[in-house]
Write a protein that binds this ligand. Structure first.
Ligand SMILES: NC(=O)c1ccc[n+]([C@@H]2O[C@H](COP(=O)([O-])OP(=O)(O)OC[C@H]3O[C@@H](n4cnc5c(N)ncnc54)[C@H](O)[C@@H]3O)[C@@H](O)[C@H]2O)c1
Ligand SMILES: O=C(O)C(=O)C[C@@H](O)[C@H](O)[C@H](O)COP(=O)(O)O
Ligand SMILES: [Zn+2]
Length: 364
């Protein structure tokens, strides 16, 4: 078993990674007080594959709440449904609310846990690669609003993250690729040798090799845990680095209407390519670096171009203005001085970014 601690003083928690962990999760999840039941929140697809096995591995009774699968579930309507169901089960602050699923279930359940009775304990059991390497760790929780992606949410840390790489055997190839974008992100941000590793191992990893997946999950969780411990609430430029590709990516997702036409990880991959190309345009890195990023994702059958439904630069800039990192109307962008050399640029002129996007779109 690999154990990585997210060091947050009295709110520290472990990330446990081991094959087969899902079927013996009861050994790791602390019992709620007084022999009480606990509540599992999941989606229909995950429930069909993994809920029975998970329930068998728990050593106490559990209620379950099963929501629809997909990004549209991160909504006001589902937040209300989930909160009311949790309250109808009499959930108390110390009970376990367990998110069994991908980032959608984790973000929504974590947000509900943050506001039910002004804050309940919750456990993350991520079942997508994306959730195992990124969303289950760090306590960012949210729903999408009409104004944009993740705009309503809270920082609320889980008490435990349980990762079983074996559950990825049922994950569709497209979802594995989308999650892989957030793996490669760690290399692009600050770990050039890890990006080299990605270039050597992506094919094996995307073919479902457990050793490669487990290595990528551990490296990613270690990176994320260190960043979160240093800057839990994104108050300085440390945690903001994890947003590489996201200001562009979230704009693309918003244009897609969270319909499933463009997955979060797919939008992030395109967003990271745009961030590197824009960095090259500003002379911060070489165009060879930007090409290397795009070529890597293209080589593994990932979309690398701005999708057809998102080719209005003014609309994209409108979404980018909603970024939560904006201060006084100034939207910072995560740019790069090379592979593994990302930094937060606070001097971004959105008119220049618009011109860049218009040029990128004209090339398509
Ligand atoms: N909080 C954070 O720090 C953070 C970080 C990254 C992404 N996110 C958010 O995470 C969300 C994306 O998460 P995601 O990519 O996991 O998407 P997701 O939760 O929608 O899961 C993707 C699909 O895979 C299915 N699925 C999940 N596990 C499966 C399994 N083991 N076998 C078969 N099917 C399975 C789901 O039912 C769903 O249809 C986005 O909303 C994004 O904004 C949050
Ligand atoms: O944990 C973080 O911090 C991240 O930025 C991780 C991102 O991969 C993730 O998509 C996050 O939800 C984006 O955060 P947001 O604050 O831009 O909504
Ligand atoms: Zn992300």
């Amino acid at each position: 078993m690999t154990r990585i601690d997210v060091a947050l003083g009295g709110r520290s928690y472990p990330i446990l990674i081991e094959s087969g962990l899902l079927s013996r999760a009861g050994q790791s999840i602390a019992a709620p007080g007084g022999g009480r039941a606990q509540v599992i929140v999941t989606d229909q697809t995950v429930a069909a594959h993994h809920l029975d096995g998970f329930l068998r591995g728990l050593d106490r009774p559990s209620e379950t709440i099963v929501l629809a699968a997909g990004e549209a579930t991160k909504s006001w309507a589902n937040l209300e449904i989930l909160c009311e169901q949790l309250l109808s089960f009499g959930v108390e602050r110390g009970d376990n609310i367990i998110a069994l699923g991908g980032g959608v279930i984790g973000d929504l359940t974590g947000f509900a846990a943050s506001i039910i009775r002004r804050g309940c304990q919750f456990v993350q059991v991520p079942t997508t690669l994306l959730a195992q390497v990124d969303s289950s760790v760090g306590g960012k929780t949210a729903i999408n609003s009409r104004a944009g992606k993740n705009l309503v949410g809270a920082f609320h840390q889980p008490s435990l993250v349980l990762i079983d790489p074996d559950v990825l055997t049922t994950l569709p190839a497209r979802e594995l690729r989308a999650g892989y974008a957030e793996v490669a992100k760690y290399g692009l941000i600050g770990d050039a040798p890890f990006f080299d590793w990605c270039e050597r191992n992506a094919a094996t990893l995307l073919a479902g090799d457990t050793a490669a997946l487990t290595e990528a999950i551990a490296v990613s969780c270690r990176s994320k845990a260190a960043v979160v411990a240093a800057d839990e609430r994104e108050t300085d430029d440390m945690r903001a680095l994890l947003n590489l590709g996201h200001t562009f990516g979230h704009a693309l997702e918003a244009e897609g209407g969270y319909s499933g036409d463009l997955l979060h990880g797919e939008a992030v991959a395109i967003g990271m390519i745009l961030a590197f190309r824009y960095s090259a345009r500003r002379g911060l890195c070489g165009s060879a670096d930007a090409d290397r990023v795009a070529d890597h994702f293209a080589a593994h059958d990932m979309a690398v171009a701005i999708p057809g439904f998102a080719r209005d630069p003014d609309r994209l800039i409108g979404h980018m203005r909603q970024d939560k990192k904006a201060r006084g109307g100034q939207v910072p962008l995560i740019l790069a001085r090379g592979i593994g050399k990302a930094f937060v640029a606070h001097d971004v002129d959105l008119a220049d970014v618009r011109a860049f996007l218009a040029e990128e779109i004209a090339k398509l």
